[in-house]
Design a protein around this ligand. Structure first.
Ligand code: ADP
Ligand code: MG
Length: 604
């Protein structure tokens, strides 16, 4: 189906009426359930053991919600959450005892200290990523435990800190156990809601984009490093908050409660329940605290059964229990088609006031070497406003590498890139995106676990895009970009449910939504069948009709001939031809590069 006929189909037909969707009433229901829970806790006389269990579960859950942000949303490992929890707990403990501060001041101090530690840890280690990050967080955890245990003069060492005070809230003393528990559960509900909402905010979308495809997130305009550091900081702050409340809850703490093994427990809680959802993490926390209690009747073998249960859940539900349930739900209740009443067309700022023929991108003597291989060798390139410029050449001739250097994924080995009169050669990908460069990839790079609409929203949120400010404008702008490629009706589905051809369209929509001054397309036709390719050519012709400035790579000459105003040819990293299609495609050197020397002589 062509993009245009799909777009025509997206006009409301009546069959796509919105059914009830779990998100619609969600906030109201959540607020009611949360309030009822707090009231219920206040009215039930809980004591001793069950009170302690619930106190532990609710304060732990707040810390585990931090892992939802850093691990679930952003995809970064953090094996030091117990250390941040400990920083918060010790701040409240020592603050209210040794320093005689108020509980609130001590708690805020604890959150600040934990956040600061998280930020520093993130700033110094997040560039490394992966295994290094795991190692660094473990080291930090170890150091924290050592200090808590051995700096006896300040922390009281292994003896711990007794006599921690509970606060007064608006004149109401929270010294009594159930009241304090109700307070903790109230905070948990608020934090849980905020973490849930975060996913739908710009920062939350940026985090998920980093998690799903860091490279694509960067060229889409997300400052990936900053996003990761922020995630780490927020996660640590929630660790500190949970710890502070924990200290008040138990009125006595000791270093062994904040050891590495507790960090592993926190991580297990998040993974077991489902790290990507706050409901999952809260559920996982409750389960891991209560499961041992429920299994106690098994006496001696209870630990083995408990371990086996955790392992089984992890093996059969890799996305955690919540992820499993969610997948199941999505299968039977897929998101309804969107009804698109009154959707304005995508405001592609046409002919952005630049005279035709003026240069938007000027590349001079650009090189990229991989060791001894000159993948791109002293290439000059000039792209004029409002033209479609094709970059062609045999496989391995350096086309993708050139594009990667242009968009900042690779650092060039030499040469200059000037975009709209500004030298962008040294800028990181997200700043080149902000300067107006949008792109797609030869191997599709979408944010796989996000909805189609959210993928495009990340594109629309490109810094420097003035067309989509405000939540409403963002929504309709992203929908309009999807409508342009004929997929607006399916906006709420997951990108994974789309065919390959449609995924290509979403990638183009994501770039278009950012309203780029220059759009770079790396083999948009790769891997498409001929029907999908026809749809693509139509789409490209519509973009050309709108006067977009495009640099397109493809080796399908048919496609190139149909859209290109200008062609540059690469071979072995060098530019071998450049000019109008009619001249370039008849250049013997070009024919030779494509067909081999003999064929070239034959044609000539
Ligand atoms: P094209 O897109 O024109 O098919 P590429 O730009 O992908 O070609 O590749 C050009 C050359 O650079 C090839 O020889 C390829 O093997 C090499 N190359 C590309 N990326 C890398 C890399 N990251 N490391 C080493 N060599 C690379
Ligand atoms: Mg390529």
């Amino acid at each position: 189906m062509s993009a245009d006929s799909l777009a025509a189909k997206a006009v409301p037909t009546g069959r796509g009426k919105r059914r009830w969707h779990p998100g619609d009433l969600g906030t109201v229901v959540y607020a009611i359930v949360a309030s009822c829970t707090v009231l219920a806790v206040l009215s039930v006389p809980l004591q001793g053991y069950s009170l302690n269990l619930l106190m532990q579960a609710s304060t732990y859950a707040i810390a585990v919600l931090g892992l939802t942000i850093v691990l679930g949303y952003t995809g970064q490992i953090n094996l030091a959450q117990a250390a941040f929890f400990g920083l918060g707990a010790y701040s409240v403990a020592l603050g209210t005892t040794t320093l005689s501060l108020s509980f609130w001041l001590a708690a805020i101090l604890g959150i600040g200290i934990a956040a600061l530690a998280g930020a520093i840890l993130g700033l110094t280690s997040l560039r490394l990523g992966g295994h290094y990050l795991a190692m660094v967080t473990i080291s930090f955890q170890m150091i924290a435990t050592l200090i808590l245990t051995n700096w006896i003069a300040v922390t009281h060492g292994p003896d711990g800190v007794p006599g921690i005070a509970r606060p007064t809230l608006l004149g109401l003393s929270l010294a009594e156990g159930t009241r304090y528990l109700a307070f903790c559960i109230g905070i948990l509900c608020i934090v849980g809601y905020w973490v849930y909402r975060l996913r739908m905010m710009r920062l939350g979308r940026a985090m998920q984009a980093v998690r799903d495809n860091e490279l694509a997130a960067g060229v889409t305009g997300v400052n990936t490093y900053q996003t990761k550091v922020l995630a780490f900081t927020l996660s640590a702050a929630l660790g500190g908050l949970g710890g502070g409340l924990f200290a008040g809850g138990f009125t006595y703490i000791s270093p062994d409660q904040f050891s590495f093994s507790e960090s592993v427990v926190f991580l297990t809680m998040a993974l077991l329940g489902g790290a990507r959802s706050p409901f999952g993490t809260a559920f996982g926390t409750g389960l891991l605290i209560l499961l041992p209690e429920w299994l106690r009747f098994l006496k001696v073998i209870y630990l083995a059964v408990y371990g086996a249960a955790v392992i089984l859940i992890m093996v059969f539900m890799p996305e955690g229990i919540w992820g499993f349930v969610n997948r199941f739900w999505q299968k039977f209740y897929p998101p309804p088609l969107r009804v698109l009443d009154g959707l304005a067309p995508l405001p592609l700022t046409l002919k952005k006031g630049e005279p035709d023929g003026s240069v938007i991108l000027e590349v001079s003597a650009l090189s990229k070497h991989f060791g001894g291989l000159k993948a791109v060798d002293q290439v000059d390139l000039k792209i004029a406003h409002n033209t479609v410029h094709a970059l062609i050449g045999p496989n391995g001739s350096g086309k993708s590498t050139l594009l990667n250097v242009l968009s900042g994924i690779y650092r060039s080995s030499g040469g200059h890139i000037v975009l709209s009169g500004r030298d962008v050669s040294a800028l990181p990908p997200h700043r080149r995106a902000a300067a107006g460069m949008g792109r797609t990839f030869q191997n599709i790079r979408l944010f796989g676990a996000m909805s189609i609409l959210d993928n495009v929203k990340v594109g629309a949120e490109r810094p420097g895009n003035t067309l989509a400010s405000g939540a409403k404008a963002l929504d309709s702008h992203a929908l309009a970009a999807l409508e342009f490629v004929g997929l607006a009706e399916r906006a709420d589905e997951s990108v994974g449910s789309l065919s390959y051809g449609h995924q290509r369209h979403v990638e183009i929509a994501r770039a278009l939504a950012g309203n780029p001054a220059l759009l770079l397309l790396d083999e948009p036709g790769a891997g498409l069948n001929h029907i999908e390719k026809d749809a693509l050519v139509l789409l490209l012709q519509r973009l050309k009709g709108h006067g977009l400035t495009i640099l397109i790579i493809d080796h399908d000459m048919n496609l190139v001939e149909q859209v290109a105003d200008h062609i540059t040819v690469l071979n072995f990293g060098r530019r071998i031809a450049d000019g109008k299609p009619i001249d370039v495609l008849h250049d013997p050197q070009v024919i030779a590069a494509y067909l081999g020397e003999e064929a070239a002589h034959g044609t000539a």
